[in-house]
Design a protein. Structure first.
Length: 177
């Protein structure tokens, strides 16, 4: 029997990748891995610290390494950062090794969900941004093609509880067996 493929949650900041991923991992009795957390553990720096001290390009290299590492494993539920699938190498690796689920929501709802973390300085790409909805909308324009291309399945989480989203993803996964 082949080992179960990883389940990868991708999509924009605030789409619920980590929260849904944690719940899904619990239900499926799998380990949950967040690539941002792997990067922080490997470097001893938070994501905002890495952006500030080393810049986004250095962060993207570390992100590619983290993605390569998770793709060599199986049976995981993985949340990747919102920009991870823009790199074609990352996207290809993830699609080949895993079932890739893209979560999304309206930019207004994403903005509301990230506001607390943003104020706490946890969102380097939204640092000092006045109109967060507009910024997220601009990122959507830059990224939606990459999300659509990498997705084996996509879910709109607007107005949905974590449990409902996780249940919808779990039902889809069951259909893939
Ligand atoms: C980023 C999203 C963040 C994190 C970094 C960059 C992005 O992850 O990787 O701040 O490019 O959208 P989350 O999507 O988990 O917030």
């Amino acid at each position: 029997m082949t080992a179960p493929r990883n389940v990868v949650l991708a999509g924009p900041m605030g789409s619920g990748k980590s929260a849904v991923g944690r719940l899904l991992a619990q239900w499926l009795d799998r380990q949950f891995v967040d690539t941002d957390a792997l990067i922080s553990a490997a470097t001893g720096e938070s994501i905002p610290e890495l952006f500030e001290k080393q810049g986004e390009a250095a962060f993207r290299e570390l992100e590619a390494d983290a993605i390569e590492a998770v793709c060599e494993r199986d049976s995981l539920v993985v949340a990747v950062g919102g920009g991870a699938v823009l790199d074609p190498g990352n996207a290809e690796r993830l699609r080949r090794s895993s079932r890739v689920v893209v979560l999304d929501a309206t930019s207004e709802e994403l903005a509301a969900r990230v506001e607390g973390g943003r104020r706490a300085g946890q969102r380097p790409l939204l640092d000092g941004v006045e109109d967060v909805t507009a910024r997220l909308e601009a990122l959507r324009g830059e990224r939606e093609r990459a999300y659509a291309d990498v997705a084996h399945a996509s879910f709109d989480t607007t107005g949905q509880s974590l449990e409902r989203v996780a249940a919808a993803v779990a039902a889809w996964l069951e259909e893939q067996e």
